[in-house]
Design a protein around this ligand. Structure first.
Ligand code: NAD
Length: 475
């Protein structure tokens, strides 16, 4: 049993004022593995005060100093990679291959941001003006459970590069990862108060940060519903708000695609991170003329997907993170059946041979219409829809007929055509015949998938305020 009793404020591990104990689970067993003592509003206020106090000096630090800290943070997180990997498997249930990637990613984001910072132009000439990019102030960073360590590190790396100080509200369900990350970052030796980490509930700590007048900017990753509430809470003080929210990403399999390659890749795009991925390709759009062929390949690929113990090499899909998430996915599977979609693989209930843990059967529906709820709403589990289209125009119309716009995928053997189609998808990122990530490219959503962008120079811009200085003669 892990008992986590401290939060991190002003460069020190302190006992929170909040007294609530929150259970931590191993989702592969459905068993309690520890408890975290949660911070409350008073703790959040203290953390914000510490970040506010640290800001004026930190805002004036040089590029070289910030690069030094980013490097030390990278080294510190990298040194805990094995422990972080273990926590991600134990507490989140990510399969080993995914967990290792996530643990490495939590370290590599510091290096990615160093590269951006090295070349970033903080002082620009625009006409007769000198434009100075000035740190925005205290930033509130709020993360979800499906990639907690990676989002803490990615958002914090950007804040440090910009010269902002931070109050981080991690997911309360990921407290073991947060403990490891906090201990590692403490070793990096940043000035006290530059970053503060307060694990608590969203309704208390998250809401306090989102409304606090001393917080200049929020960067939030999580659900669309909570993102909207943060936007409303921040409106009173006109916070700068970056939101990375949900998705219902289309995978456009064009009629020239090699289905033997495209369909298994589409299934992989849908099942990444056990289906608990905002960028999951959950609507697979296939030409009606090739649907029978595609369905057969998809059925075989889904049935070959290994669900089970995340510690086994070869496991593709681990458990859902919580009982609540398991129930939600079950509701959607039953809803798909009620809506008249045809179950091709999977279905309700536990997978064969798994009696405990929050596992779901990898599920594929065919005969899905794009107006069904299973095609419109984010399920956040391994449940995919096959949707047929008539021609290229129809495929683009269906792809864009969604309240979301986080990511799209195009599969085709004709690269020019794929690029043309990709250019018409309303999404922040479109992947053509690949599932690869590019950390330098902006990441974020159109429409209700979010506001603003993270990563790379676009990500750094969002933590800075441009200030125009006029009437100068200095260079
Ligand atoms: P969530 O929105 O419930 O919670 C996210 C975070 O917000 C948690 O730390 C939570 O405690 C906090 N929170 C909850 N209520 C709050 C409030 N009123 N004020 C401030 N903070 C509050 O999301 P989740 O269930 O943790 O994560 C799953 C969701 O995240 C999915 O919808 C998924 O699509 C989305 N997500 C998006 C991205 C992306 O980059 N676009 C990445 C991962 C996850």
């Amino acid at each position: 049993m892990q008992n986590i009793e401290t939060i991190y404020i002003g460069g020190a591990f302190v006992t929170p004022h909040g007294e609530e104990r929150f259970n931590l689970f191993n989702p592969a067993k459905g068993e309690v593995i520890g408890q975290v003592r949660l911070a409350d509003e008073q703790d959040a206020n203290q953390a914000i005060a510490a970040a506010k106090h640290a800001f004026p000096a930190f805002a004036r630090t040089s590029r070289a100093e910030r690069l030094g800290w980013l490097s030390r943070m990278h080294t510190a997180i990298e040194a805990r990679e094995d422990e972080l990997n273990e926590a991600i498997i134990e507490e989140y249930g990510a399969p080993v291959s995914r967990a290792r990637w996530m643990a490495k990613h939590a370290a590599s984001v510091f290096l990615d941001m160093s590269l951006v910072l090295e070349n970033y132009d903080f002082n620009r000439r625009v006409g007769s003006a000198k434009v100075v990019m000035q740190p925005a102030g205290v930033v509130g960073l709020i993360t979800p459970w499906n990639s907690n360590a990676g989002f803490i590190c990615g958002k914090l790396a950007t804040a440090i590069a910009a010269g902002c100080t931070a109050v981080i509200k991690p997911s309360e369900m990921s407290a073991i990862q947060t403990r490891i990350v906090t201990e590692a970052l403490h070793e990096a030796g940043l000035p006290p108060g530059v970053f503060n980490i307060v694990t608590g509930r969203g309704e208390t700590v998250g809401a306090t940060i989102s409304a606090h007048p001393d917080v200049a900017k929020i960067s939030f990753t999580g659900s669309t519903a909570v993102g909207k509430s943060i936007l409303r809470a921040g409106a009173e003080t006109l916070k700068r708000i970056t939101l990375e929210l949900g998705g219902k990403s289309p995978v456009l399999v064009l009629d020239d695609a090699d289905l033997a390659i495209a369909i298994p890749m589409a299934i992989q795009a849908g099942f990444m991170n056990s289906g608990q991925a905002c960028i999951a390709g959950t609507r697979i759009l296939v030409p009606a003329s090739r649907m029978a062929e595609a369905e057969a390949i998809a059925k075989a690929a889904v049935e070959a997907t290994v669900v089970g113990d995340p510690r086994h090499f070869g496991t593709d899909i681990g458990p859902m993170v919580s009982q609540k998430q398991w129930d939600r996915v079950q509701r959607y599977i039953n809803l798909g059946i009620e809506e008249g979609a045809r179950l091709v693989a999977g279905g309700p209930g536990l997978p064969d041979g798994l009696a405990a843990g929050w596992f779901v059967r990898p599920t594929l529906f065919a005969d899905v219409r794009n107006d069904m709820r299973i095609a419109r709403e984010e399920i956040f589990g391994p449940v995919l829809c096959l949707i047929s289209y008539e021609d290229e125009e129809d495929s683009i119309a269906i792809a864009n007929d969604t309240p979301y716009g986080l990511q799209g995928y195009v599969m085709s053997t004709d690269i020019e055509r794929a690029n043309r189609v990709a250019g018409r998808i309303d999404a922040g990122r479109v992947l053509i015949n690949t599932l690869a990530h590019e950390p330098k490219a902006p990441f974020g959503g159109f429409k209700q998938s979010g506001l603003g962008r993270e990563y790379g120079t676009f990500g750094l811009d969002a933590y800075l305020e441009p200030k125009s200085l006029l009437g100068l003669h200095a260079a």
